[in-house]
Design a binder for this molecule. Structure first.
Ligand code: MN
Ligand code: MN
Length: 324
């Protein structure tokens, strides 16, 4: 299906890429009150919130720097030749309303926003924010039936609680999502898990629910093609969400994040893995935990938006295949 030229990004050959207002991928900014909102197929949404962060904060500044660096992205994928902007109507939907001083209020604002996005038939590509953001996003998207998930991360984010029983941090979103019936644990695969541990209860609990947890060491031992083939088999052809925590990458590539772990993926390996998501029934994706204050060079955000472009290509193919 051909898209509407109104939704095409401003090309760098028309207006230099350092010029103009930096919307995501230089797309039109279409918020929910805009008259063209019902023509949007994929909405890129910022959630500038790090209220779930347990250690080093700053991911609230992610969306703004990701937008800025995203002006470097061109329209067509170099290998697959996919241009998400030719396949479907993409737009920058702005930032979701949040309340930096109230976790419960923010969770409800985000849930409502994504519930509305889903009701409009828009597939969301989210820029966080810390990883707790994924929980209210899933509450908005998966309230009718549990979805599958391909999750790239150094951490499982399957912990039960922090600080004497507090259940909502960026270390707990997927435990809550499984408990709430938003994720089908047998259709969840976690890739790249590593780092020093607390007690391993998160991994034990996840595996007991049926989550497939593939450690970084297992990824290297088995090879990434085999890992992605298994991931595809696990999620199958039913609705699937993709969550990408930038800390799955090695801190050499992405130092600007709150909880870095050495021995991670290269940017090249991440690209090769994400390209193997083509053809899955994807219903949304997120890029989380980019924390600009920990990387004054801006490179982590550049890596982040480059990964977002890979994800956007996969989402566009999925939306186009479903018919929109
Ligand atoms: Mn995470
Ligand atoms: Mn992580």
């Amino acid at each position: 299906m051909k898209n509407d030229p109104f939704f095409e990004p401003i090309p760098g050959t028309t207006l230099p890429r350092f010029a103009g207002v930096p919307s995501f991928m230089r797309l039109p900014i279409i918020d929910t009150k805009h008259k063209r909102i019902d023509d949007v197929d994929i909405g890129i949404i910022g959630v500038p919130w790090d209220g779930g962060t347990t250690n080093r904060p700053g991911a609230r500044h992610g969306p703004r720097q990701l937008r800025d660096l995203s002006t470097m992205i061109r329209a067509t994928h170099p290998l697959s030749k996919i241009s998400p902007f030719n396949l479907v109507n993409c737009a920058d939907m702005g930032d979701c309303s949040i309340n930096p001083a109230d976790l419960d209020d923010t969770m409800e604002r985000v849930r409502k926003f994504y519930s509305d996005v889903k009701a409009r038939g828009i597939v969301p590509m989210t820029a966080g924010g810390d990883h707790l953001v994924s929980l209210p996003v899933l509450r908005g998207l998966a309230r009718d039936a549990p979805v599958g998930m391909v999750h790239f991360d150094a951490h499982t984010d399957l912990f039960d609680s922090y600080f004497d029983g507090f259940r909502y941090t960026h270390g707990t979103p997927f435990r809550r999502a499984i408990e709430e019936g938003l994720l089908d644990p047998k259709r969840v695969v976690q890739i790249g898990i590593r780092g020093t541990m607390y007690d391993g209860e998160d991994i034990k609990w996840g595996r007991a629910q049926g989550v497939t947890i593939i450690t970084m060491d297992a990824c290297m031992e088995r090879g990434l093609d085999a890992v992605m083939a298994e991931a595809r088999q696990i999620v199958g052809d039913k609705p699937t969400y993709v969550s990408f925590d930038i800390d799955c990458l090695d801190p050499a590539f992405a130092p600007g994040t709150g909880t870095p772990e050495i021995g991670g993926f290269t940017t090249r390996e991440a690209q090769m893995m994400l390209r193997q998501l083509e053809g899955l029934n994807l219903i949304g994706a997120d890029m989380v935990e980019v924390s600009p204050p920990f990387d004054n060079s801006g490179n982590t955000a550049w890596v982040g938006v480059s990964i977002m472009f890979e994800l956007l290509c996969m989402l566009a193919v999925a939306v186009d295949a479903r018919g929109h």
